[in-house]
Design a binder for this molecule. Structure first.
Ligand SMILES: Nc1ncnc2c1ncn2[C@@H]1O[C@H](COP(=O)(O)OP(=O)(O)OP(=O)(O)O)[C@@H](O)[C@H]1O
Ligand SMILES: [Mg+2]
Length: 435
């Protein structure tokens, strides 16, 4: 879904209080009664609260629920996105948000930037978003479902992803640097590379193949199975050795909400599926097959280096949380990028009236790209499409206007005509902006 950040800087502190109050209230109320919102926001003036409520409803951050027994509101995806972005801005993690670079079944991916100009990725988990067909099948169930559940489950997915990324990164696995997590969002380093799915040709498939399979084995030696180890979730960067001129292909693994422990009842099945995904892709795309059988799950776990599954369980993402998330994902047919569930947001938007009402429908902000398709024509890796993730972040919307920013002195703002003027773009580049 779209992420329309243009209103974020215009929200006042009372608006944020009312939005936060609606979030708090929705933990145990499907529809949060207006008096409860007022009470939780602790804004004295009743008319002040109502004004904020109507502001927030107008920009679709909360939605009035029709036909409820009492007057009330619920938080929308947009509202939760704003709360998370606000926290990231306050923590100085995110300064601006740019284009959408990925749309998954269960997440949206945006380029964003820190104040230093460093480009990052914001992954917004959307676990309640399922295909129209699945929604139809689950309609009765969804009607009765607590509205807090999509929020909670999306938060669990983000937390799980963040905790595993931290643990893997600490052990030297090639994963993006995890930067922050808030609510249903994860902020991580932007990898300037394409998913392997978009690569039609590599010079030396054998070494990339061997590296990927050894990563599966190494993960198992650390107690883990990725569970969705496929061409969508492996980013491949081309790095040239300046001295020798040799080009190395560097894989980075992403997407961890479906990671399982080697103790999982179906661990071997997931391990074999990860291996099979790589074998099938290399054979189909690069015409490469290896004579060597395996790797096999049982051999891989003979010598364990460390139990990251156990470590993560003990740190932030508990076994109880893991079970809740796994049950929800199973119930909703979440089976990774290569799974069977339809990727059809349009249908959902058009047909699911319940969701229609609560989701912002503005089309003018962030362009939505279709999910990564196979390249329509074969290109060598060096002839990848022109737009790399880094260049996509050309228009970044700054999220915060800070009243406390000191005003510049007149001497600083007065134009100095003795110096040649430069273009805005050049000035921004000079100031270290991501442009
Ligand atoms: N750190 C990153 N750097 C560059 N591109 C990224 C990064 N993270 C994600 N992407 C891009 O976004 C796409 C989707 O990301 P990811 O696989 O994490 O989400 P997803 O597939 O939607 O997850 P889900 O399994 O929840 O459906 C990737 O294929 C990749 O193109
Ligand atoms: Mg993915």
């Amino acid at each position: 879904m779209k992420l329309n950040v243009k209103n974020i800087r215009y929200l006042g502190s009372d608006d944020w209080r009312v939005l936060t109050a609606t979030e708090q209230g929705s933990r145990n109320h499907e529809v949060v009664p207006t008096p409860l919102i007022a009470q939780l926001a602790s804004i004295r003036s009743g008319s002040g609260v109502n004004k904020c409520i109507s502001n927030l409803a107008k920009i679709n951050l909360i939605a009035k629920v029709k036909n409820a027994k009492y007057d009330g509101y619920r938080l929308t995806y947009g509202g939760l996105d704003y709360l998370a972005l606000h926290s990231h801005t306050k923590a100085s993690t995110i300064f601006s948000v740019g284009n959408q670079i990925g749309v998954g079944k269960e997440s949206d991916i945006f380029v964003c930037a820190a104040e230093t100009g460093r480009q990052l990725v914001l992954k917004i988990h959307r676990l309640g978003r399922i295909s129209f067909r699945t929604v139809k099948a689950n309609r009765d169930y969804l009607r009765n479902r607590s509205s807090a559940s999509w929020m909670y489950m999306s938060r669990l997915a983000a937390l799980k992803e963040f905790e595993f990324m931290k643990a893997l990164r600490n052990e030297g696995f090639p994963v993006p640097e995890p930067i922050a997590q808030n609510r249903h969002t994860v902020v991580m380093a932007l990898i300037d590379a394409f998913p392997m799915r978009q690569i039609s040709n590599v010079g030396d498939p054998a070494s990339l193949y061997a590296e990927l399979l050894s990563l599966i084995v190494r993960l198992a030696q650390y107690g883990l199975i990725h569970g969705d180890f496929n061409e969508f979730n492996i980013l491949v960067e081309e790095r040239e050795d300046k001295e020798t001129g040799d080009v190395a292909l560097i894989p980075t693994i992403i997407d961890f909400p479906q990671m399982v422990s080697i103790d999982h009842a179906n661990a071997e099945y997931y391990f074999d599926r990860d291996v099979a995904c790589i074998k099938r892709f290399f054979s189909r795309r690069f015409g490469f097959t290896s004579d060597e059988p395996g790797p096999f799950f049982k051999d891989s776990i003979k010598t364990l280096t460390k139990r990251l599954d156990v470590e993560v369980e003990a740190s932030g993402f508990s076994r109880k949380m893991a079970k809740e998330l796994a049950a929800y994902m199973k119930e909703h047919g979440v089976d990774g990028d290569a799974g069977e569930v339809e990727r059809d947001d349009e249908d959902e938007d058009e047909e699911d009236d319940e969701h229609d009402e609560e989701e912002p429908q503005e089309a003018d902000e962030v362009s939505t790209q279709p999910d990564d398709e196979a390249p329509s024509q074969k290109q060598p890796i060096s002839g990848q499409p022109a737009a790399t993730p880094a260049t996509l972040a050309s228009s970044l919307t700054i999220l915060d206007i800070r009243d406390t920013d000191p005003l510049p002195s007149l001497a600083e703002v007065k134009p100095d005509y003795s110096k040649p003027t430069i273009s805005t773009k050049a000035a921004k580049a000079k100031a270290g902006w991501a442009i």
